[in-house]
Ligand binder design. Structure first.
Ligand SMILES: [Zn+2]
Length: 560
C-alpha cells in the first residue's frame, strides 16, 4: 500500500509538474536516465531549479518547464545517473599524485623513463622530481626500476618515485647522494635498502621505512601546495564524474582548507570528511560537534576514522589464523581496545559517526565486538542519533560467521571493488583458498540485508568510477581474467552496482533523503556518461567516459 501511494504521488508530480509559473533553470532532455529510484527507475528528462531537481519524467512534460531563460541541454541519448559518490577516498593524496608526477597506468620501464624525462626537462637545476603510482606487475619483464635506469634521464636532478601501494620507491643516484645513502648505510628499522647482488651498491629501491632516508631530503610542502592538492584532486574527481567524495581520515587543517576554497567558490565537489581518532582530532570533533551540510550541503564533518589493522599485501592485516605463506605471523591490530572504548561511548552520546579500517578477519571481528559493546552500553534513549550508521571501511576478509552481524548491529561495510581485482592475484597465497570465502564478499553482504557503499581508496587505487563499477559487476581484472578462489558469485548486478556509488553512500552519510537518486526534491547531482554502462558488454565499461558532471544544479564539468 505504501509503495502504491509513493508511486501514485510520483505520477502526480511527474504529470502535473508544479504551478504554471514554474520555470526551470536547466532542462536535460533526450536522456537515457537511470534514477536508482526503484519506484520510477527510468526517465527521459530532468528539470532543475536552483540546487534541486524539480521534475523527472518525459521530454514532453519537461518542455512545459522551459522558459525564455532556461538552458536546454539535449543529451542525444546519453546515459544519466545520479551523481556518483566515492565512499572512500583520500582527496589530498589524489591531489598530491596530480601535483607531482602521476605515474598511474605506466605500462613499461620505457614508458616510466619517458614520463620522468619530460618532467626533468621542465625542472630547474637541482629541483626535486617526485612522483607516485607506477607498478611493475604487468611490465615485461616485471622487475623494479633501478637508480641507473633513472640516471639515464635524470643525471643531475634528484628523483624519487613511489610504487602505487606506497610500500616502496625508487630513487636515482643524485637523490641517494643527497641522502648519504651508500653501500655502508645500514637498513633502518622497518625498512630495507635494496642492494645490487654483484656490487653491493644500493640499486635505488627503498622499501617501507627506508624511503624516509631520501624523502626527508625533499623540501616540505608549503601552505599553498596543500591548498593546490585539494584543488587539483577535486578537479580530477569532478572530471571523472564524482560529485562527492567521502574523505576517509585526516585533520582539521584540511577542513580549514576546504572552508577557504568553498568560501571563495573555487571548490564545487562535495566532501564528507572524517578525522582520525582516537586522539586530538577526534576529541576536537567530539567537543565542538559535527559540521553538517555547510556551503550548500557541500561540507560535512561528522565522522571519526579509526585504523584497526594494516594491509594484506604487507601481511599487516590482522587474521584469526596464521598467514598461509608466512605461518609465523597472523598480522597485528593497530588500536588498543582501552583507547577505543571511551571514545565509542562518547561518540554515541554526541551523535558522531565512527568508521574503522578493518582488513583481516580478526580486525573485523574485533571492531564488531567493540561496536556491539558500545551500542549495548548506550541505549537509544541516551544517543544523540538513534541510528548511528557506524561503518567498517574495507571489511575485506570477514569470517562468514561474522557477515550477518553487520545487518544485526546496523553496521555498514564500505568496500572498494578495485581492491579485489588487484589483491586476488596474491590473496590465495596469503590466505589459502578456503579463507577466500567471505573475502571481498559484496553479494553475501547485500543478501544479508546491509547496504554496501562503494569506493576507490585512491590514491592507493586509480580512483576512477568506471574501474570501480566494472570491478563490482565483473569481478575480473581489467583484461577480463579471473582465477581460482576469485568467487565470481560475489559479483553484483548492475542495479546493485549503481546503488553502490549513489544511494548507498548517501545512506552511509545520512544523506539518503537529500541526494543519491534522481527524484523530485533532491539535490541536482548528475553523472552523464558516453555509454550505457547498465547494458554494454563488461569490458566496454572501462572505455566509458564522463561527458558531464552536475553538482548542486551547476554544470561543473563538460567534456570537450
Ligand atoms: Zn583508505
Amino acid at each position: 500500500m505504501k509503495i502504491f501511494l509513493i508511486a501514485a504521488s510520483l505520477l502526480f508530480v511527474s504529470f502535473n509538474p508544479i504551478q504554471r509559473s514554474t520555470v526551470a533553470d536547466i532542462v536535460f532532455k533526450n536522456g537515457n536516465v537511470y534514477t536508482a529510484n526503484d519506484q520510477a527507475p527510468k526517465a527521459e528528462a530532468i528539470a532543475v531549479k536552483g540546487d534541486r531537481i524539480i521534475f523527472v519524467g518525459t521530454n514532453a512534460a519537461a518542455q512545459k518547464l522551459v522558459g525564455p531563460n532556461t538552458r536546454v541541454v539535449d543529451l542525444k541519448g546519453r546515459t544519466v545517473l545520479p551523481g556518483f559518490t566515492d565512499a572512500h577516498q583520500h582527496l589530498s593524496g589524489v591531489g598530491q599524485r596530480e601535483m607531482t608526477l602521476n605515474l598511474e597506468g605506466t605500462t613499461s620501464l620505457e614508458d616510466l623513463l619517458a614520463k620522468v624525462k619530460a618532467r626533468v626537462d621542465q625542472a630547474k637545476p637541482g629541483e626535486w622530481v617526485t612522483g607516485r603510482g607506477w607498478i611493475e606487475t604487468h611490465w615485461q619483464p616485471p622487475v623494479f626500476p633501478t637508480r641507473w635506469d633513472l640516471d639515464k634521464v635524470s643525471p643531475n636532478n634528484p628523483v624519487i618515485l613511489g610504487r602505487a601501494d606506497g610500500h616502496g620507491a625508487v630513487a636515482n643516484s643524485a637523490a641517494l647522494k643527497l641522502a648519504n645513502v651508500d653501500k655502508s648505510t645500514p637498513n633502518p628499522f622497518g625498512g630495507e635498502i635494496s642492494k645490487d647482488k654483484q656490487s653491493g651498491e644500493p640499486n635505488g629501491m627503498l622499501l617501507d621505512a627506508a624511503q624516509g632516508l631520501v624523502r626527508r631530503r625533499v623540501p616540505p610542502t608549503t601552505a599553498a601546495d596543500d591548498e593546490r592538492e585539494v584543488v587539483l584532486g577535486a578537479k580530477r574527481d569532478v572530471e571523472l564524474g564524482w560529485t562527492q567524495v567521502q574523505d576517509a581520515g585526516g585533520s582539521y587543517a584540511e577542513v580549514d582548507i576546504f572552508k577557504k576554497l568553498y568560501a571563495a567558490g573555487t571548490l564545487k565537489l562535495r566532501i564528507y570528511k572524517a578525522v582520525y581518532g582516537p586522539g586530538p582530532q577526534a576529541n576536537r570533533l567530539l567537543n565542538e560537534g559535527a559540521i553538517i551540510g555547510e556551503f550548500g550541503n557541500r561540507l560535512t564533518v561528522r565522522t571519526i576514522k579509526v585504523v584497526s589493522d594494516g594491509a594484506l599485501g604487507s601481511r599487516g592485516a590482522a587474521l584469526l589464523g596464521p598467514y598461509s605463506d608466512a605461518p609465523d605471523t597472523s598480522g597485528f591490530l593497530t588500536v588498543k581496545a582501552e583507547d577505543l572504548r571511551p571514545m565509542l561511548i562518547d561518540a554515541l552520546k554526541k551523535g558522531i559517526q565512527v568508521e574503522t579500517h578493518a582488513i583481516g578477519d580478526r580486525a573485523n571481528r574485533f571492531i564488531l565486538d567493540e561496536y556491539e559493546t558500545a551500542l549495548k552500553a548506550v541505549p537509544v534513549s541516551e544517543r544523540k542519533v538513534a541510528e548511528p550508521r557506524w561503518r567498517v571501511e574495507h571489511a575485506q576478509i570477514v569470517n562468514p560467521a561474522d557477515i550477518p552481524r553487520f545487518a544485526k548491529l546496523g553496521i555498514i561495510p564500505s568496500m572498494q571493488p578495485s581492491h579485489a581485482i588487484g589483491d586476488l592475484f596474491f590473496a590465495p597465497s596469503r590466505l589459502g583458498i578456503p579463507r577466500l570465502k567471505g573475502s571481498y564478499a559484496w553479494e553475501s553482504f547485500i543478501k544479508s540485508g546491509v547496504v554496501v557503499p562503494g569506493g576507490s581508496d585512491a590514491p592507493v587505487e586509480r580512483g576512477e568510477p568506471m574501474i570501480e563499477f566494472y570491478a563490482a559487476v565483473a569481478r575480473k581484472d581489467q583484461k577480463g581474467f579471473s582465477g581460482e578462489g576469485w568467487h565470481p558469485e560475489e559479483a553484483v548486478t548492475r542495479e546493485q552496482a549503481l546503488k553502490m556509488f549513489t544511494i548507498w553512500p548517501a545512506y552511509a552519510a545520512f544523506e539518503d533523503k537529500l541526494r543519491g537518486t534522481i527524484e523530485v526534491g533532491k539535490l541536482a547531482d548528475l553523472t552523464i556518461l558516453s555509454a550505457d554502462i547498465m547494458t554494454i558488454p563488461e569490458l566496454e565499461i572501462l572505455k566509458t567516459r564522463c561527458v558531464m558532471t552536475v553538482i548542486n544544479g551547476e554544470i561543473v564539468h563538460e567534456a570537450t
